[in-house]
Design a binder for this molecule. Sequence first.
Ligand code: MRU
Length: 297
Amino acid sequence: MRPLYFDDGVLHLLDQRALPAEETWLRCTAVEEVAVAIETLAVRGAPAIGVAAAYGAALGADDLDAAIERLARTRPTAVNLHHALERVRAAGPERALETARALEEREVAATELIGRHGGELVNGRVITHCNAGSLACMGVGTALGVIRAGDVDHVWVPETRPLLQGARLTAYELAQDGIAHEVVTDSSSGHLMASDLVDAAVVGADRIAANGDVANKIGTYTLAVLAHRHGVPFYVAAPTSTIDPTARTGDDIPIEERSATELDAPRARNWAFDVTPHELVTAIITEQGVVRPPYAF
Ligand code: MRU
């Protein structure tokens, strides 16, 4: 399962808004189309939006600075997007496309290694959050790469309100792989842990600060606090492209607030991410190996 591919001047994006009901592919030939696809979550997940943005910039190579400026405004939290765009800027218009291809290959390879390093850490009944699988990262995914490689009996899949990346996308990926899983409401995690039904938690990340604070889908912090309370190890799986050493702590990470129209309520706020403080993170699994506290990136 792959979220995108580039062929003959066209960026093809699997429209994740329609999954799992429909498998629809968007054809993007212009920067604006890619930018809107990222903003509206047709393509989503930190590594995937980094690669999509890099291809988007390559589509706008005649005015690379303008293309990068537009794509950089799409989503603020996932640092992969900004890292990928800076790589394309440094490569220049002539080498934009080959740089995007190299970034894609690098992200796919990273997930394999993350799975290999992290698979030994998780077994039994595992809880994740959102979707950090093939659809978000390409390859085998980060958190799902670890789950796929581990000796996992069962995966608890929180719905991930309001856009249901867990219920729609993670459940879809696990079903395709024949991995036992059940979807639960986001607020079930405390009950599951108190009932001794969770052996480990593993999630992805959108940005990791120098001190190990982790920004990820809203609700990750809640899961980490509960894991700490119940003595459940809490792992973060992410490629090094998700680490932002210029963010000293989580306070330096911009948190996306999306339109309240995504919630079914007349008065609402809709933060898309939260920050989990490093002291709640048992280990960070990257393609370079497993990093344990004290974190210093
Ligand atoms: O809003 P989304 O769906 O882009 O959020 C995605 C997540 O929070 C993922 O957990 C994160 O990007 C890690 S994917 C490797």
